[in-house]
Design a protein around this ligand. Structure first.
Ligand code: ATP
Length: 247
């Protein structure tokens, strides 16, 4: 059995006295793909942001690669983010920078590479996401699917051990969504990257997940495989899987 690379222990987080995460516990094993499900506003993005220290829990511990993110200072967090890539909702590219500069950004920020090494790394990552040679393009020249893939190239630029995806296929047509799913699985297979995906896309969940965790009213109410979730007797889980609730 592989060891956990992420351990979330008794995590609580409220905003304006409204509890969002209420005693969250979850272990993620090295190299696995885990999908995080839950209705809108259940705290999935808050949990992802907690893993890279963008949001601090009120209580509890979040261990990433053995270190407690909840207690890290800014310097330690910057070092951590070399190991943890995140693809935000909407790809969040810098509109005024070329594709090259977007992908080079985390390399310049976190690593001391020469300009030649940066060029080679950017080209390698673009090739990996199937967009070889588009370094000079500006983000507004790209389709939504291409933007996501450039965002993905940027998220993996530093060769992270862990990658977090926040709704990677939202807003994409089925072909581009499938392309992103394939890429997520390819990165995990080729590079062994541990992966957490927040998504409402059940096809994506079924296709890519080793395990699935479901958040409901501040708690994780289910953790298991796709096969297990489809036979889970809990009404909240059944309703979610059958599409009977508002996503
Ligand atoms: N920085 C913040 N300040 C105040 N409230 C916040 C902040 N971040 C998140 N929230 C609140 O926490 C709750 C959970 O938000 P979150 O974005 O994690 O939901 P989600 O499960 O990712 O939803 P969706 O599926 O719609 O993206 C929401 O009620 C949101 O308004």
């Amino acid at each position: 059995m592989k060891k956990p690379i992420i351990e979330i222990k008794h995590v609580y987080k409220s905003f304006n006295n409204h509890p969002v995460l209420n005693d969250i516990n979850l272990s993620v094993q090295e190299g696995e793909i885990i999908s995080l499900l839950g209705a809108s506003g259940t705290g999935k993005s808050v949990l992802l942001k907690g893993l890279i220290g963008l949001i601090k829990p009120d209580k509890g511990d979040i261990f990433v690669m053995g270190k407690n993110v909840a207690q890290m200072n800014e310097d330690a967090l910057i070092k951590l983010r070399v190991h943890v890539g995140m693809l935000f909702q909407g790809a969040a590219l810098f509109d005024s920078l070329t594709v090259f500069e977007n992908i080079a950004y985390p390399l310049r920020e976190h690593l001391s590479l020469s300009e030649v090494e940066i060029r080679s790394r950017v080209s390698e990552k673009l090739q990996l996401v199937g967009l070889k040679g588009i370094e000079a393009k500006m983000p507004d020249e790209l389709s939504g699917g291409m933007k996501k893939r450039v965002g993905l190239a940027r998220a993996i630029a530093t060769d992270p051990d862990i990658i977090l995806y926040d709704e990677p296929t939202t807003g994409l047509d089925p072909i581009n969504a499938q392309r992103i799913n394939d890429l997520i699985m390819e990165l995990q297979k080729k590079l062994g990257i541990t992966t957490i995906v927040v998504t409402h896309d059940l096809h994506c969940v079924k296709t890519i997940s080793d395990r699935i965790a479901m958040l409901h009213e501040g708690k994780i109410i289910f953790v298991g495989t796709w096969q297990e979730i489809t036979s889970c007797p809990l009404n909240e889980v059944k309703d979610f899987i059958s599409g009977n609730i508002c996503l």
